[in-house]
Design a binder for this molecule. Sequence first.
Ligand code: HMG
Length: 388
Amino acid sequence: MSVGIDEISFYTSGQYLDLKTLAEHQGIDSNKYYDGIGQEKMSMASVDEDVVTLAANAALPIVERIGRESIGALLFATETGIDQSKAAGVYVHRLLELNSNCRVVELKQACYSATAAVQMGCALVARNPARPVLVVASDVARYDLGSPGEATQGCGAVAMLITANPRILALDPEVGNHTEDVMDFWRPNYRSNALVDGKYSTKIYLKSLKRCWEHFSEQSSVSYADIDYFCYHLPFGKMAQKAHSHLSRVNKSGQTPEQLEQQIEPTLKYNRLIGNSYTASMYIGLCSLLENSEESLAGRRVGLFSYGSGCVAEFFNGVVQADYAAALHKQRHQQILSQRTELSYDEYIKLYHYPNPTDGGDHRLAEQTQGAFRLAAITDHKREYVAR
Ligand code: HMG
């Protein structure tokens, strides 16, 4: 019996800032963003959206197909926590009307936690193949205005159904890990924006990739040459290009720049338009690969590198299944991206500074999202989510 990703669906906000607009305001060349970091647009969550509504919107098509009764667990990965105690997934559980016998938990380790959730989901399914696990990764990436990280904001959620004999990607059990206590990116409890040592973070990312690969090579008989495509964690597109060149050098592959580009280019398309969505980012990259590759991926081997600052990282791999194309939500995803509204710089700033009420009063939130779920109010310190 194989175990892995049977279905994958993502969602992002209905509004975005074009990085040309940001560059114009900053008086710099927009090619720094378009080419230098490899990003074009960044999704901005509306005032009535957060990780819960993004996640519920991402998971809805999966739950509607499989039915609400069969899901055994909902594992919610995020680093945009809305509560120190209650798991955000419990709200999603209600919005999706899942069965009360479905267990829910929230996982945190920066962008890596979605991969922890996928691996835990695989372990649960291996133990009881009759109970699929729903993994949801959802984040809103925020940095200080005027900081180098500002252009790498974004938001999005991805939902994945982990099952036995999956229709999309069967995952090998062998993985390579690296954990190290570093301060490259972090967000203390009292801050709503992340702090980051940007250049250092890219160095640690590459170091972790090498370490994970070395560990993976000790565990698995799969070689670098056996892997057809590579999905990297995508804080911005250029990071994947740097990472793939690095891994190719580590393996002395002798590949040309064109050959390297072919192995990652289809993974970058969606993130280029969404921005960083932290935990969801690499898996939106996987969606992008599955839905934008010019050749059929059936039987192709995909390597995945998941990185979470702080840091924990993992290299793992899987094989795309024969009928994977029939299980995709390509049309829905492309519609979500094509129907977004562009923000002016002033609208972006207004949204960025929208107050996050903390006084326990009765705060009704303007109806902005086009999604199926919204955060309607924060009243008496309680968040009120509704279906639209
Ligand atoms: P910066 O320092 O402003 O950028 O921000 P820069 O000056 O280094 O320029 C970036 C690139 O653009 C350079 O290319 C320039 O040459 C080029 P490179 O040397 O890198 O190949 N460039 C141009 N290209 C074309 N035309 C031009 C032009 N001008 C310059 N006119 C930085 C970059 C990454 C530091 C910043 O965006 C940042 O701090 N981002 C946030 C941190 C981050 O994303 N780190 C990534 C690794 S850590 C990670 O992935 C984890 C994370 O997702 C969090 C988590 O785990 O939870 C962040």
